[in-house]
Design a protein around this ligand. Sequence first.
Ligand code: C2E
Ligand code: MG
Ligand code: MG
Ligand code: MG
Length: 292
Amino acid sequence: NAKSQGQGGFCFYSAQLNERLHERMQLEFKLRGAVEREEFFLEYQPILDSKTGRITAVEALLRWNDPEKGRVMPDSFIPLAEDTGVILPLGEWVLRTACAKLRQWQDAGVMPVRMAVNISGRQFTQGDLSKTVEDALLQSGVHPSWLELELTETCLIKNVEETVRKLCRLKGLCVSISIDDFGTGYSSLQYLKNFPIDHLKIDRGFINNVCELPDDRAIVDAIIGIAKAMDLHVIAEGVETRQQAEHLMRRGCDEFQGYYFYRPLPEEKLLEVLASKAAAGLPPGEDADWLE
Ligand code: C2E
Ligand code: MG
Ligand code: MG
Ligand code: MG
């Protein structure tokens, strides 16, 4: 143990540990306050139909506007929000806000798109997710078929029977379910068959080198093949080049999301994009710019 390493060692480790604990507690405290003060906002990344280039959906992505540090990205606060349970009220805020925005856009006559919302493991396993989702839908008046929930494999396979029950309850509301970051968790093909899901989102780790690495190409082909066989809709995340998009389209991938098309956009920018001609895409063949 640390003490047997001598006085110096003990002090060094405990000081360091103490500092980290202290930082963590401070961040947790700030995060809880931030939820109450509503210091969060959403950006929206368009998702396009691979055949037409039409924007069919947007993914809501959470950002924290920290008064001291400015904009903070989710990877630096979601894990702590998960550990501390802050994700429950925060996740509710995301669902309510995403649905309210969608309704506002629909009322304003903006081109219709699906809204994809990320759900963390704890929200799925611990909270009463179907109640939260139902409330957000009722409050906003958004038709459930426009809402898509993104879940990860890891959160689904913890308790398979419970998962099936929960997914069925959600499907009963008529929302759609996606598996996010597909291929990175402990994927079991068995559950794909048993879970009532609609979309698979191939993790961007496989898309990165899909044109260069035969292994990644084989994995992506396999995922698309399985998805097709099970009648699931496949979305590729992290498409960064035209070459990747063309390859994925030829392999039968249904939708694209990635920097090559659009980065996550603030609401005003998204609305500009949705109002422009680009959003509606053009039928294949008529748009020289669309994929071959
Ligand atoms: P995710 O759900 O897999 O979201 C996609 C992430 O990939 C986003 O990062 C997006 O900006 C990024 N991305 C999209 N296209 C590209 C690309 O072409 N290249 C690269 N390099 N990246 C791309 P972001 O916004 O930083 O979000 C990171 C993760 O944080 C999300 O991964 C999701 O797991 C989590 N997250 C975001 N918003 C929420 C939320 O409201 N609730 C929960 N529970 N998690 C969230
Ligand atoms: Mg996602
Ligand atoms: Mg993802
Ligand atoms: Mg991801």
